[in-house]
Every structure is written in structure tokens, then in C-alpha cells.
Design a protein around this ligand. Structure first.
Ligand SMILES: [Zn+2]
Ligand SMILES: [Zn+2]
Length: 341
């Protein structure tokens, strides 16, 4: 399986040479539903985890409505993910009587939030051999990311754990990892569909909000000329630079952060105070904005018709992204989660 992003409609570094030094390579992961094993790179797939190592659990307080993990994996998730705004009455029309019967069977009428820590769920497992541009600490070649399937604190983000390990050191694999009995039942969807990945490298430039004043002015003049409108009218429309030329949507390694409402502001490394850079972007959607030029060639018929924009079946907040940033100086320093609302 491969995924191919078309060349950008404009080579912006040729038009505005001052952008050229800001180019970064991102590796789009293109997760799509599949049956990955623990020996594969995956999103939401099984982890290569040592039998003798404790599985991560979240000890933070949890609250709110819950549903069983089994139910979260059922048909209902498709409807909620694709039509987040629909009520339960509304989504039923989308399903066949067989679907509804299955849903009733899976439906747990009274799930209870248990006392004590919550077992975390695998979110991503990436082998360095599969993902160009994935920068590992010395001696490590496997990145594993887990999260707790609840919103935490006022920012509504699931709590993440990042593990780097050497795959060759895992000889006795944990066969039956713990799972949470229940997960949060709300707008957020934190149970990923198991997906294989098809890494592809693309070139990105910072969002316009990260550029200095001089570059922003140059960019605005170019955008106005490109669109054939006055600079004053640019605020009325989607920026063609931000939509099509700067940051790719979806799951990826590296690159720039696709700020929209929030930011731009990234916490420094809690270990040493150095700047942090995007490591992994966990995205609610694979396509973005009014311009759809980032949709891979292989997915264009389906995605542009409205389907498959959310192949991982996760949703953070209101279709937000979570960017896990890592220390630019030492990749084994503690990570910093950033919410893109
Ligand atoms: Zn938690
Ligand atoms: Zn650091």
C-alpha cells in the first residue's frame, strides 16, 4: 500500500526565497484500517511489549460518562466519528437493522467507571526502519505511544506515554496486554481502529502565524496577487499558503505544527529548557480545510466524496490534533503534548 501526495500547486520557496531555509521534511503516516501485528508499524495496533515490563496505567482522576471498550469498538463509533454532531436518534437512520441488532447486543446499559488506575491503550508503534525521518535516541529503534482514553484537565486531552526501546531486546513478548474496561463516552473518541501505515515524505513550511512580520507581508502580497484580490480582502478567505503550501494535515512524524485556532506556542523541554520540535502528530482528520490538495491520489475519489476522512476513528476535542513534541537536543528527554484546537 502506498499513498502519494501530489506536488504542491506552487513552489513557494522559489517565489519567496526567504522561506527556503525554513523547509522541513515531514513523514506523513497515512494510517488506514488493517490488521497489523506487533512486528509491524501501526496506529492502534498491538505493541511489541516485553512480558516482564509493567504495562502503563493512568493514575490521574477520571470522571464523566463511560462506555465499555467493547462497545466503543462497535458500529457506533463509525457514526459518531463521521457525524460528530448527530444525536443518537439521528445516527440510527444510517445503519441497517442488522447493524442496529449488533449494536443492541454490544450495548452495555450500565457501564461503571472502576476505582483505581486505567490501563492505557496503544496509539502508535513506529519502527525506525519503516519511518524515514524518525529520530531515535541512541540504541533505540522503536517508538511506542499509548494514551489514557479519557479527557484530562481543562484542555480535554488524553494523557500520553512515550516509550523508546530496542526491538531486538524484546524476546519474550507480552501476549495479553491489559485493556481498560471502560473508556470515556462523549464527543472525544479515544479508541483507535487498528491501522497499518504507508509513510511518505513531504516538504513543509511554517504556518504564516509563525513567520516574522516581514515574511508575513511578503506572503500576503504574493497571496493577493495569486488570488487577484486586494491585500485587505485576504482576511475574508482561506489562506492558500496555509491550506496548500505550508503544513500537511493528518498523522505524521516531524515537520511543522499546523496551528489554526491556538498557538503558535510550544513549551520548552521540561528536562533541559531547550526548544522542542514536533515528534508525532495525532490527528482527528486526514483531510483539511476547503482546499483538498493534500489528499493522496489513491484516496481522492473516496475522501473528496466525504468518506474515510477519519480512518483511525479517533476524535480529540472538537476534531483537534494532538502534537507530541520532543527535545531538539536530546530525543530521550520527557515529551511535551500540544493541543491544536
Ligand atoms: Zn487517565
Ligand atoms: Zn531536553
Amino acid at each position: 500500500m502506498t499513498r502519494t501526495t501530489a506536488p504542491r500547486p506552487v513552489d513557494i520557496a522559489a517565489v519567496i526565497p526567504a522561506l527556503a531555509p525554513l523547509a522541513r521534511t515531514a513523514t506523513r503516516l497515512h494510517p488506514r484500517p488493517g490488521s497489523p501485528s506487533c512486528y509491524d508499524s501501526s496506529v492502534g495496533g498491538p505493541l511489541l511489549w516485553p512480558a516482564g515490563e509493567p504495562w502503563p496505567h493512568c493514575h490521574d482522576p477520571h470522571w464523566g460518562e463511560v462506555m465499555s471498550l467493547r462497545q466503543a469498538r462497535s458500529k457506533r463509533q463509525d457514526a459518531v466519528c463521521d457525524e460528530a454532531a448527530l444525536s443518537e436518534d439521528d445516527y440510527q437512520w444510517k445503519n441497517t437493522p442488522e447493524d442496529l441488532a449488533k449494536f443492541q447486543q454490544l450495548y452495555d446499559p450500565d457501564p461503571v467507571l472502576p476505582e483505581g488506575p486505567i490501563a492505557m491503550l496503544p496509539i502508535a508503534q513506529l519502527y525506525v526502519r519503516d519511518v524515514p525521518g524518525l529520530r531515535a535516541p541512541a540504541g533505540k529503534d522503536l517508538l511506542q505511544v499509548l494514551w489514557c482514553p479519557f479527557e484530562h484537565d481543562e484542555y480535554l486531552i488524553p494523557k500520553t506515554v512515550v516509550v523508546w526501546r530496542s526491538a531486538a531486546m524484546v524476546t519474550d513478548i507480552l501476549a495479553d496486554p491489559p485493556e481498560p474496561a471502560v473508556v470515556q463516552d462523549g464527543l472525544g473518541q479515544f479508541v483507535p481502529e487498528p491501522c497499518t501505515i504507508a509513510p511518505e515524505q513531504v516538504t513543509e513550511y511554517p504556518r504564516s502565524s509563525e513567520l516574522d512580520d516581514h515574511l508575513q507581508q511578503q506572503l500576503q502580497q504574493w497571496e493577493a496577487a495569486y488570488l487577484g484580490i486586494d491585500v485587505e480582502d485576504l482576511g475574508e478567505i482561506e489562506s492558500p499558503y496555509n491550506s496548500d503550501l505550508s503544513v500537511a494535515p493528518g498523522w505524521k512524524i516531524g515537520g511543522w505544527i499546523g496551528w489554526h485556532g491556538s498557538g503558535p506556542w510550544v513549551e520548552p523541554c521540561p528536562g533541559c529548557g531547550e526548544p522542542t520540535e514536533p515528534l508525532l502528530t495525532i490527528a482527528s482528520w486526514e483531510r483539511d480545510g476547503a482546499q483538498h490538495s493534500w489528499v493522496p491520489d489513491e484516496d481522492r475519489p473516496d475522501m473528496l466524496a466525504g468518506g474515510n476522512g477519519c480512518p483511525t476513528k479517533i476524535n480529540i476535542g472538537d476534531a483537534w490534533d494532538l502534537v507530541i513534541c520532543a527535545c531538539a537536543a536530546s530525543p530521550d528527554h520527557p515529551h511535551v503534548p500540544n493541543l491544536l484546537s
